[in-house]
Design a protein around this ligand. Sequence first.
Ligand SMILES: [Zn+2]
Ligand SMILES: [Zn+2]
Length: 61
Amino acid sequence: MSLQMRSECERCDTALEENGIAFICSYECTFCATCAGTMDHTCPNCGGELVARPRRSREGA
Ligand SMILES: [Zn+2]
Ligand SMILES: [Zn+2]
């Protein structure tokens, strides 16, 4: 079993594009940029810091 990548913000259910901006905490709670900002980049579930999810880039590195 592998972890499923969430495709919606846990807070507002906004759809998150795979290559769009999303914020996750260390436990992979997932939020949109708007909610992350509203919550001061702190996860309401576990209190962890929300960081921008790295995007898959085809531009090397
Ligand atoms: Zn949201
Ligand atoms: Zn969390």
